[in-house]
Design a protein around this ligand. Sequence first.
Ligand SMILES: NC(=O)c1ccc[n+]([C@@H]2O[C@H](COP(=O)([O-])OP(=O)(O)OC[C@H]3O[C@@H](n4cnc5c(N)ncnc54)[C@H](O)[C@@H]3O)[C@@H](O)[C@H]2O)c1
Length: 418
Amino acid sequence: MVPYDITDIKLAAEGFRRVMWADSDMPVLTQIRQRFEKEKPLKGVKMAACLHVTAETANLMRTLNAGGAEVRLCASNPLSTQDDVAAALAERFQIPVFARHGADNATYYQHIHSAFEHQPILTMDDGCDLVTTITRERPDLAAKMKAGMEETTTGVIRLKAMHADGALKYPVIAVNDAMTKHFFDNRYGTGQSTVDGIIRATDVLLAGRRVVVAGYGWCGRGFANRVRGMGALTAVTEVDPIRALEAHMDGFMVMPMSEAAKWGDLFCTLTGDVSVLRREHFEAMKDNVIVCNSGHFNVEIDIPALEAMAKEKRAGVRRNVDQYILPNGNRINLLAEGRLINLAAAEGHPASVMDMSFAVQALATEYAVHTALPLGVHPVPPEIDDTVSKLKLASLGIAIDELTPEQKAYLASWQEGT
Ligand SMILES: NC(=O)c1ccc[n+]([C@@H]2O[C@H](COP(=O)([O-])OP(=O)(O)OC[C@H]3O[C@@H](n4cnc5c(N)ncnc54)[C@H](O)[C@@H]3O)[C@@H](O)[C@H]2O)c1
């Protein structure tokens, strides 16, 4: 048996069924896995991966393994771990995994260190925790590291900040920035799964509810459009004038949070920023509002301020719901301790969209192994986006047109005009 630290190995059978169910909706990753099995492009490569431990991630781990990599997996968020999947990874797929749902901070970081025990030369992160831990605590590993991959917007922002500071020690590929990743995963994946998480946590009716969406980036656009589709009256808050204008012309109300706080029934932050909902907003909110976050870290809602100002906290009024009673008697219902609601209260993005994100991860890993990348944060090569989009279209049975020779010549010339 491979090394592991998980909640309960007896959950492996259920986890295995869920991994296989997800696999059936991941045709692009399956094709890559079949090729990896034959070609072994990652033969003997030791990797540490820090990702949400979900059924889709299990299929990515299987793919890396099929390519010959020796990968150890730890969780990128203590509340997103699916314990049955962790059990299946260890028992059925023989992949070392260190992840327990609800792990405390010390265990979370201990698990990160367990993922380093085989001396990896590649990292795969969702939120940059491996890179920052290696940089701060493992100079021995940093010196030997070939490259890393980063899954999410917040991680890419942190990596760019590290590089600007001279702190980055090895090259990293910004998987998030591939078009076949953020156009689809961040928008349609987060859009649907955030609605799913809110409904599972609260069971509230969205039709007619006043929903405030903080941030109109890829994730915010996805969520705002999906929640409006469920009949919610939807307002957007932004700090970027272009995105605010886009939200307005997409037909949303746009207002500052100081106004939205008084108006909304349900608030969701998707900004990657800090203290987007804070004391002054909690004070202005109506009774019995719901607040949640779907951005990467649990800092978008200022929970310490909420804790400090509440006269009473009713923990667990419902699974994934803590209720804070303010001095004025108003109730604020915080979902999933302010952590990613779609992963904490639901199952994260559906397999069919993770198919594309994880196909990019697998191909970016192959590229990283076979390329000498200089220090820096690198884009995913456009050929990978091209491959993934073509494979996905083919799997969906969708054919598209090709440019005719006449069209190619026309589009390449400057002489033709009015
Ligand atoms: N829930 C998930 O599964 C999931 C999936 C992908 C990404 N993410 C995370 O979601 C966050 C957003 O990602 P994205 O790809 O949409 O990023 P993005 O950069 O496209 O969008 C973020 C938006 O938030 C806006 N913003 C920043 N501060 C704000 C504030 N104080 N008030 C209002 N708006 C503000 C920015 O102007 C920007 O338009 C990141 O933390 C990312 O890592 C979560």
